[in-house]
Design a protein around this ligand. Sequence first.
Ligand SMILES: Cc1cc2nc3c(=O)[nH]c(=O)nc-3n(C[C@H](O)[C@H](O)[C@H](O)COP(=O)(O)O)c2cc1C
Length: 259
Amino acid sequence: MNRREFIKKSTLTTVGGILMATPLARLVAKTYENDFANEANNLVNEPIKNDTKMKVLLINGSPHRKGNTFAALSEVANTLEKQGIEAEIVHIGVKAIRGCIACGQCGMNALGKCIFDDDVCNSIIEKLDAADGLVFGSPVYYGQPNGSLLSLMQRMFYAAGSKVRNKPAAAVCICRRGGATAAFQTLTMPFQMMNMPVVTSQYWNIVYGMSPGQAELDTEGMQTMRTLANNMAWLLKKIHAGEPDYPEREPMQGMNFIR
Ligand SMILES: Cc1cc2nc3c(=O)[nH]c(=O)nc-3n(C[C@H](O)[C@H](O)[C@H](O)COP(=O)(O)O)c2cc1C
């Protein structure tokens, strides 16, 4: 969407806000809100694949294509491949990734993708259909994940929640010295809200290293990556074995605390 189209849509949203003042408009808005909640938590599950090779998508959230985050993700990917599971590492790159502006266009139009098409977000969303599991890797920046990766995750989960539901997920954090557990927790939060089974390991998924090449020297960290991959493979095989099924789920009952 170009700037002109965005301004047009924003203007419509503002006019809509003014019209909201009437009781009828509020009723319409309530209906829309429910529709949106249903879309965001789409009750129709994606079919489980049981006839093709399974695949895990690993997202490298570092600006360094071949840095320590890549090394940690590669250890996960290689172990998955040994387990017969295809693994693809995608790099988010160094170009700007915008944050979610809460325009709601993805939900309103049931787009299944972000209205903004000027960064890597939608191309990564397109890869979700083929992915059975997800791993997000990030360097630790000031005790937090890389900002670009967070922006990407928030937009892809908001726009394409149904494409990640029921898919096992894990986060991996790489730091020089500290802050990795806080970053790891931050990255893991959305999985629990998106009905994504969180895959565990023998320790929190942390690898230590500063300059490229150092992560490989953290032998326990690398073992933690391999254990994570083996646990992911085990879970995927269990989920995809036999008759595909999903947990029972109630329709979403959203309740906002501001009336
Ligand atoms: C802006 C910035 C902030 C950082 N903050 C931390 C930090 O809080 N704790 C830490 O241990 N390392 C910190 N680091 C170091 C990186 O996490 C570390 O070098 C990591 O291995 C980089 O991974 P990469 O090679 O995949 O980019 C920071 C690096 C940068 C560039």
